[in-house]
Design a protein. Structure first.
Length: 343
């Protein structure tokens, strides 16, 4: 085999040289053909440019027509032509940006992010403006009856949280008019204002005053509410209590006062909520005046079990105008029944 290769090696070498010559000839032919094909196109473009310049010098053409010709000339120089690919691209762009129900209509402009009329909670009514009060909407619960809809609002200046319904007073001179999906509308004096879910409250500018003009700050540890001692009376065992109706209406008008009365947490057993426990009950607070103690577990009110936050909120709505409350409390494993009359 080795002798055979040595004998015919000159033939193999000749074949390799022939293949190389064929590839070189093919490349040369391609270059010549490309040059010959492109030269007429370049001459045509140059002639078009010369004709355009001559016509521009000799005639006073319309400005729009001149710009169109210049654009066509630049497209020709850049190699852009009305090819199948360009037509397909134009058709695809029309499908993406156009309106399939109205092909001749212009594309609609994108909504401005700062435009308040594009709010997710619906269009604004005439006269409504975004509120500048230190209020932040955390949640809304809509009811079939708008009077029973509720919203949870955080007072960012005092860091207090409270639920509100239509006709409740949020602050002095500020009354809720409606609770909508993701928005609360209220009347601030004569102005209709609104706050939206997820919107941060505006920064507040605090006015500087002299030390002599500042009132005495309230005790931050105090849980007393003005008029509570006079409005609440209970028997010796605190099993029966009477609360003045005017005092209750005052609390409902400003429920933010109730947030500091005690710390209330759900009691969960075997994965189920059995009620709500009271902690942090201090002298002068409403739970203390009603005879409740730290660790008391509130299980039901007027026979309705408190097994979820939704039930508690629904019960709060129903009992806003109740005249009698029958409260069941679990204290150290014993059931304690309290009767509260509102007169």
């Amino acid at each position: 085999m080795e002798n055979l290769l040595k004998k015919y090696f000159w033939l193999i070498k000749l074949v390799g040289v022939g293949v190389a010559v064929i590839f070189a000839a093919s490349a040369g032919v391609n270059m010549v053909v490309s040059k010959l094909a492109l030269e007429p196109a370049g001459e045509t473009i140059a002639e078009q440019a010369g004709e355009t310049e001559g016509e521009t010098e000799g005639e006073d053409e319309d400005e729009d027509e001149l710009r169109a010709r210049q654009a066509r000339m630049m497209d020709s120089l850049a190699g852009v032509s009305d090819t199948t690919a360009s037509r397909k691209a134009a058709a695809a762009n029309m499908v993406v940006t156009g309106n399939i129900f109205c092909p001749t209509c212009a594309p609609e402009p994108e909504p401005d992010e700062d435009d308040e009329s594009s709010s997710l909670s619906g269009p604004l009514r005439p006269g409504e403006i975004r509120s500048r009060l230190p209020l932040m909407l955390l949640a809304t619960m809509e009811s079939d009856d708008p009077a029973y809809s509720m919203a949870t609002i955080l007072h960012t200046d005092s860091n207090t949280l409270a639920p509100y319904s239509p006709n409740d007073t949020v602050r002095a001179g500020v009354v809720v008019t409606s609770v909508e999906r993701g928005r609360v509308v209220f009347r601030n004096g004569a102005q209709m204002e609104y706050i939206e879910l997820g919107a941060a409250p505006p920064p507040q500018v605090t006015a500087t005053t002299t030390a002599a003009a500042l009132p005495k700050p309230p005790d931050p540890n105090s849980r007393e509410i003005d008029g509570a001692v006079e409005a609440i009376s209970c028997d010796k065992d605190f099993t029966s209590c009477t609360v003045d109706k005017a005092f209750v209406e005052k609390l409902l008008a400003n429920p933010a006062q109730l947030t500091k009365q005690a710390r209330i947490v759900p009691a969960v057993r075997d994965g189920e909520t059995k009620g709500y426990k009271f902690y942090g009950i201090r002298p002068g607070s409403l739970p203390k005046l009603l005879g409740m103690k730290n660790g008391d577990l509130l299980t039901s009110v007027n026979g309705q079990q408190l097994e979820s936050l939704d039930q508690a909120m629904d019960l709060y709505t129903k009992l806003r105008r109740a005249s009698h409350l029958s409260v069941t409390i679990e204290r150290k494993g014993q059931q304690v029944q309290k009767e509260i009359d509102i007169k």
